[in-house]
Write a protein that binds this ligand. Structure first.
Ligand code: AMP
Ligand code: MG
Length: 335
């Protein structure tokens, strides 16, 4: 009898172990205004993925500009509010990068974004006068974070949209690892974060989107990092005169970025850094972005330009392969 029980226990343990090491769980969902998917392998993959999805929803609840119960909504509608410590930290981080990028990233651009109709679905081209007036209410230097309290200057509004998904990606990776996940592909609406290699030990192959059409321009072969792309080709509209306007605004002139860059992809360990920098480098343009990389070098970047060039920093140059059908693009390594 005892032997039987022992055998049953051993069997259960063996099954539990094999379920653990071979565990795989995939989940697709909609959050932060975008489609997200998580594929995780190893450990308690299912529990980890579900916990991460709950966490992303929780973060959306704190950071949403439109949810009346969010921290950001409170700050924007009261001018000053006490917020959760993680909202305060994320706002501080956005302000720090705003400062480092000379305001190319500016989390107070929201009133201008709103005038262009990107926040609700009523896209329009505001007049120069309207933009100039709204720019008076933009300036990251007039936001104060003191402990957990955030205060805005008169008429200002905060939007963490350029960094929130990156932070959510970091949290997802942290939670999956805590659940023993050894390999994962996390795609939060174009913000990709990778844990380890593919389960078979090979690098992940990520398609780099062609900003000029459907499909990919090439493949990036990487592991254990974050890969985040910003471009004006996704959330955009075509005005009556045929001009295409996108959702990333240059805080210097209050207009959607129009500087010759089609996309900026940043590769580094941390998602929130990649997210903040991909938006900022896209605003800076080719020269600003490559100069910034040379001064910092704590990340890699791929810039796609409207004259069919792919500029790639040397740290990842050998990890990128141009697609056969895009051989008209010229790949240049940035040193
Ligand atoms: P991303 O997709 O990370 O590049 O972020 C773009 C989002 O950030 C937009 O949808 C806006 O909500 C916001 N945004 C647009 N322009 C800027 C900017 N210059 N600085 C900070 N946030 C911006
Ligand atoms: Mg971003």
């Amino acid at each position: 009898m005892k032997l039987k029980i022992l055998l049953i226990i051993i069997c259960i343990l063996l099954t539990a172990c094999s379920a653990g090491s071979d565990a795989e769980y995939s989940y697709d969902f909609f959050a932060m205004d975008t489609f997200m998917s998580i594929n995780a392998f190893g450990g308690s993959a299912e529990e980890g993925v579900k916990a991460a999805a709950r966490r992303i929803n929780e973060l959306e609840g704190l950071l949403s500009v439109t949810d009346e119960n969010s921290d950001i909504y409170a700050v924007n509608h009261l001018g000053a509010s006490s917020v959760s410590s993680e909202t305060a930290k994320l706002v501080s981080f956005a302000l720090e990068i705003a400062d480092k990028t000379n305001g190319a990233l500016d989390p107070t651009i929201y009133p201008v974004l709103n005038a262009w109709g990107f926040t609700a679905d009523n896209k329009r081209v505001p007049s120069d006068g309207e933009i100039a007036k709204l720019l008076e209410n933009v300036g990251f230097g007039r936001v104060t974070v003191n402990g957990n309290s955030v205060t805005l200057g008169e008429g200002m509004m905060l939007d963490t949209g350029a960094v929130a998904k990156g932070y959510a990606g970091d949290e997802t990776v942290r939670i999956l690892r805590e659940h023993g996940v050894s390999s994962a592909l996390v795609n939060l609406g174009g913000n990709v974060q990778l844990i380890g290699t593919k389960p078979d030990g090979g690098d992940w192959r990520l398609g780099l989107k062609d900003p000029t059409g459907a499909g990919n321009i090439g493949v990036l072969t990487v592991s254990d990092c974050a890969v985040v792309t910003s471009g004006n080709y996704e959330r955009c509209f075509t005005a009556e005169d045929g001009t295409v306007y996108g959702h990333i605004i240059d805080p210097a002139n209050g207009c959607p970025v129009d500087n010759g860059l089609l996309s900026a992809t940043v590769v580094a360990a941390e998602g929130k850094l990649c997210d903040a920098l991909s938006t900022a480098l896209f605003v800076m343009g080719e020269k600003g972005a490559t100069d910034f990389w040379r001064e910092n070098k704590n990340f890699d970047v791929i810039l796609i330009t409207d004259n069919a060039e792919v500029l790639i920093t040397k740290g990842i140059a050998d990890k990128f392969t141009l697609d056969e059908v895009h051989k008209n693009f010229i790949v240049k390594v940035v040193e």
